[in-house]
Write a protein that binds this ligand. Sequence first.
Ligand code: PMP
Length: 413
Amino acid sequence: MLRINEIRKDFPILDQEVFGRRLVYLDNAATMQMPEPVLQSIVRHYRNDNANVHRGIHALSERSTRALEGARERVRTYINARSSDEIVFTSGTTASLNMSASAMVDTFRPGSAVLTTMMEHHANFVPWQQACKRSGHTFLAIPLDKNGDLDLRAFEALLSENDVALVAVTHVSNVLGTVNPISRITELAHKHNALVVVDAAQSIRHEIVDVQAMDCDFLAFSGHKMGAPTGIGVLYGKLELLEKLEPVQFGGEMVDEVRVAGSTFASPPLCFEPGTPNYVGAIGLAAAMDYLEALGLADIQSRERQLVRYAEDVLEEIPGLHVIGSPVTRAGCVSFAVDGVHPFDLATMVDKIGIALRSGNQCAQPLLYEAYGIGNITRMSPAFYNTYDEIDVAVSALKRVIDLLRSSSIRSQ
Ligand code: PMP
C-alpha cells in the first residue's frame, strides 16, 4: 500500500498555488515530477564528484565513471536485461528510436517492410517512415479495432502478406492508454522472422518492463517520464543485435583507433554514445529507479490503474463528453472530446483555476486524424502521487468550464 500523504512530501512542487488556486497536476504522461531523492542525487554529484567520465585518470573522473557505469547496471536490473552492455544511454525515447531507425534500416532484407501501428507517438512512426522512404522499404501501420486495441488478426495478416523485417510498437499508448500485449506481438513477429522495437516511454512507469519476459529486440524510454531529469534516456538492444549495427553518430569515446586511412569503433554500448554522455542524467535515472522500486512497482501500477479507472468513470458522467477508446487494459491516461467545445479553450480555462491537463494531438496524428477522425483532444494523466480528490476537483472544474463555454457559444450565435 502506498502512503500517499508521505509520498507527496517528496514532491514539494505539487504543493503550490497557480493563479491563486491549489495546483492539480494531471499531465504526468507528458512528464512526471521529480522526487527529492533524485534531485539530491544530482546536487550531490555536482557538489562532490563531478568530472568528465572515461577520460581522465584522476579521482573525480574515476568516481564519475563508476557512477555512470553503476547507473548502467541499475538500468539493467530495472528492465531485466541480460547484460549492462545492452544498455545504451541516449537523450530520450525520441533519440533512441531515431538512432535505431538510422542504424537498422541498412540491415533489412531487400524488399522487406516495417510495420508500425496506428496508435504510435510520432517518435515511433516518423523515424521509420523516413528511413523506409530513404531506403525504398515498405512502411505499413497495423490498424486498431473499435475499442482502441491493436487488431491482432490484421497484424497476423500483414505479417503473412509481407516480408516484415521489423515491427515498431508502443507498449502503452500516450492517448488511449491501451496496454499492448508485447509478448504475444514478439511471438508472432519472431515466427515471421521480424524484429520488434518497443516504445516504452509511457510504460516505464505504469507497467513492469521486463525485456526478457517480453522478448523484445530493442526498447526505448525516457527518464523524465519516471521522475528522472530530462535529457537522459535508454536504448536497450539484445547484445547480439547491437553488435551487428554500425554506429550512426561519431566523435570522441566511441572509437577504437582513428587514422587518416580509417577508423574502428568500440564495442556496444560505447560505440553508440559519442561525446560526453549525460552522466549526471544517468545518475538521476538510477536514483529514480531506486525510488520507484522502493515504493513498489506493483503498488505503483495498481494505484495508477485505479486512478485512471476512476477518472474515466467520473469524466463519463459529464454530458457530451466522450472518452476516446475503451481498450481491454487502460494505463496512464484518459483522453476525451467534448461536443461543441474546443480542447484548447478547455485546457486554457481550467489552467486558470489550477488544473494542468494537456490538449492537442499528443503527437499522435495518425491515431487522432486517420484512425478516429476527431483531431485534437484533451488528456488527463494521473500519477501514483495524485489523489482521488484531485481528480474530483479537476472534473468539477471541467464541468463548470464546459457549461460556461457552451453558454457563451450559444450567446454568440
Ligand atoms: N513515445 C511515447 C508513447 C510518448 O508518450 C513520448 C512522450 N510524449 C515519446 C515517445 C517521446 O518521448 P521524448 O519526448 O521523451 O523523447
